[in-house]
Design a protein around this ligand. Structure first.
Ligand code: NJP
Length: 231
């Protein structure tokens, strides 16, 4: 039986690129996002056994249903890619309470609900959990306050998960600016020529998958080589 990987936010952008690398590495795939038609297009482009299921990570029942169909089809989970996330950037006082809460609902609560749902099968497989955070999980910038706060929080969750479940391997994957549909953008839109390609970030996942299992790869940060470094 092939190893099984679960990817949230797999319908486009980084999640679709992670799915491609996982398929190439021989994993069967459970792909979730809200837009089923986009998910199905991704799945059809992959040479791997896969299931697609509508998933809203902010809704506990939706996350649990995704877990149930995954286990019913594949019976195990070896890797969980906690990738679904949104971005919104403006000065602190310009956020509405709804916008502020939605960022945390998807990026933080959604990540926690996802990990919680898949924890038992992951532990049984001594599996890999990849938390897709950001290069801004340890720094901030104007207009980025709420988004950075969600990624600081995700880093805290990743590390707590590792402490509480040492049989897992928890990787915090930290991409810098990447050319996706993030924050209302379009893949390939002008102005993002210097950004990382999603496929490049996915090579970091491939490295983590191939690394001998005596290592716990805790963190990987990537920044676009064409942009000035920032720390
Ligand atoms: O963004 P995008 P990325 N429940 O918009 C899904 C982080 N990151 O690939 O639900 C379930 O192309 C959405 O699908 P749909 C970022 O914070 C990025 O760049 O159908 N899924 C789509 O598949 C995020 O954690 C950059 O709308 C939900 C996917 O999420 C991760 O990378 C830099 C959902 C988003 O695809 C992937 O983002 C960085 C929900 N409630 C970190 N809401 C960057 N791009 O520059 C959305 O540091 N999705």
């Amino acid at each position: 039986n092939p190893k099984v990987a679960v990817v949230t936010g797999a319908s486009r952008g980084l999640g679709a690129a992670f799915a491609r690398v996982l398929a190439e590495e021989g994993y069967a795939l459970a792909l979730g996002a809200r837009t089923l038609s986009d998910l199905e297009r991704v799945a059809a482009s992959l040479d791997a056994p896969s299931l697609t299921h509508p998933l809203d990570v902010t809704v506990p029942g939706s996350v649990d249903a995704f877990r149930e169909v995954t286990l019913a089809r594949f019976g195990r989970v070896d890797a969980l890619i906690v990738n679904a996330g949104i971005g919104l950037f403006k000065p602190l006082e310009a956020f509405t309470p709804q916008e502020f809460e939605q960022l945390f609902a998807v990026n933080v609560t959604g990540a926690w609900l996802t990990v919680r749902a898949f924890l038992e099968p992951l532990k049984a497989a001594r599996g890999l959990v990849v938390m897709v955070s950001s290069d801004v999980s340890t720094r901030v910038f104007p207009t980025g306050g709420p988004y950075c706060a969600t990624k600081f929080a995700l880093r805290a969750l990743a590390r707590t998960l590792q402490l509480e479940h040492p049989e897992l391997r928890v990787l915090e994957l930290r991409p810098g600016a990447t050319d996706t549909y993030f924050a209302g953008s379009e893949e390939g839109a002008s102005g993002k020529e210097a950004y990382l390609k999603a496929a490049t970030v996915a090579e970091a996942l491939r490295f983590a998958l191939r690394l001998p299992q005596d290592a716990r790869l805790e963190e990987l940060a990537l920044r676009p080589a064409a942009l000035e470094p920032v720390y």
